[in-house]
Design a protein around this ligand. Structure first.
Ligand SMILES: N[C@@H](CCC(=O)N[C@@H](CS)C(=O)NCC(=O)O)C(=O)O
Length: 325
């Protein structure tokens, strides 16, 4: 695991000395937007028009942020329009790799060995962490975006004229509510599991775990009277939460020590996770083997033996009972 400094790879773990043991997530560096007509989006430059076959997604099947983009690609009918390469779940000295022996599909575009080569292909002197997902423009040979929350919004609408898919996961009328949900769920749950697991002081760990479980308690109450987070309609807020929840008992509970409870102890949350998992196409985006291999094998600072646990058993196909809500 490491990062690029002026285009050179450096193998180093996250810096937490200057933040009292707190893990601080770096802002994504590429923030352009694909739009239906190629005009600029909210940030970055224009010139990224929605076109079939022009864009490529680099993902890890283990990564909750990349997982969001795969779910949107599926639900928005973009599989024939946007191609995908999957990295190996093992993120080692050179960061994410395209090692086919350990589960990567290989880099379908350039046959690269490592993901950092994709970043330096886009920008030779890039400085920053080499994260997935990456949305790549084959035409201009550059990165459109490496920010999942923005990639899913592009997928939600930019290609609608090409696909005819009008499913709207960010509906105008619910935007304020979705924004509000996203902000505390991102801080305390999506990023909260990382802030717990990557903390390097007892204090930082404890307060992040407590905040995480306070939010899970709050979500359990919301889901006792709402079918979905924002009410009766499934929205992006649900998918953003889902990719953390589906990993919870398998990796965050053990590896990241988020262990006040298992998710299965929350009846509404666990029914909700099963309901989302059972939506057509979603189960195919979930790969528990990559998920467990990635966390337990890659983070040798947390798990030096690299032993990957065999459990827990789960059955996301069991009846979810959410129709009653
Ligand atoms: N803001 C990014 C975060 C992506 C991210 O942190 N991905 C992790 C994988 S779960 C990663 O690639 N980490 C590598 C690193 O931090 O060096 C997003 O949501 O797209």
């Amino acid at each position: 695991m490491g990062l690029l400094i002026e285009g050179k790879w450096h193998d180093q773990w996250y810096e937490t000395k200057n933040s009292k043991g707190e893990f601080v997530r770096e802002q994504a560096g590429f923030r352009h937007w694909i739009t239906s007509d190629g005009r600029p989006g909210p940030t970055g430059e224009g010139r990224f028009r929605a076109e079939p076959g022009r864009y490529h997604l680099y993902v890890s099947l283990a990564c909750p942020w990349a997982h969001r983009t795969l779910i949107f690609r599926k639900l928005k009918g973009l599989e024939d329009l946007i191609t995908v390469s999957v990295v190996s779940p093992h993120m080692l000295e050179q960061g994410w790799s395209f090692d086919r022996e350990t589960g990567s599909t290989g880099d379908h575009l350039y046959g690269s060995e490592f993901m950092h080569q994709i970043y330096t292909r886009a920008q030779a002197d890039y400085t920053g962490r080499v994260t997935v997902p990456v949305l790549w423009d084959k035409q201009q040979q550059t990165i459109v975006s490496n920010e999942s929350s923005e990639i899913i919004r592009m997928f939600n609408s930019a290609f609608n004229d090409l696909t005819g898919n009008e499913c709207d996961l960010w509906p105008e009328l619910l935007r304020d509510e979705i924004e509000e949900l996203n902000s505390w769920i991102y801080e305390t749950v999506n990023n909260g599991v990382y802030r717990s697991g990557f903390a390097t002081t007892q204090d930082a760990y404890e307060h992040n775990v407590k905040d995480l479980f306070a939010s899970l308690d709050r979500i359990e109450v919301i889901l006792s009277h709402n079918r979905y987070l924002a009410g009766a309609k499934l929205t992006e807020a649900d998918w953003r939460l889902f990719t953390t929840l589906i990993r919870f008992d398998a990796v965050y509970h053990g590896h990241f020590k988020c262990n006040l409870k298992q998710l299965r102890e929350y009846p509404n949350i666990s029914g909700y996770v099963r309901e989302l998992y059972q939506i057509e196409g979603v189960a195919e985006t979930v790969n528990m083997e990559h998920i467990k291999q990635h966390y337990y094998y890659s983070h040798d600072m947390i798990n030096p033996t690299r032993i990957v646990p065999v459990g827990p058993e789960h059955n996301f196909d069991a009846p979810h009972g959410r129709e009653a809500i």
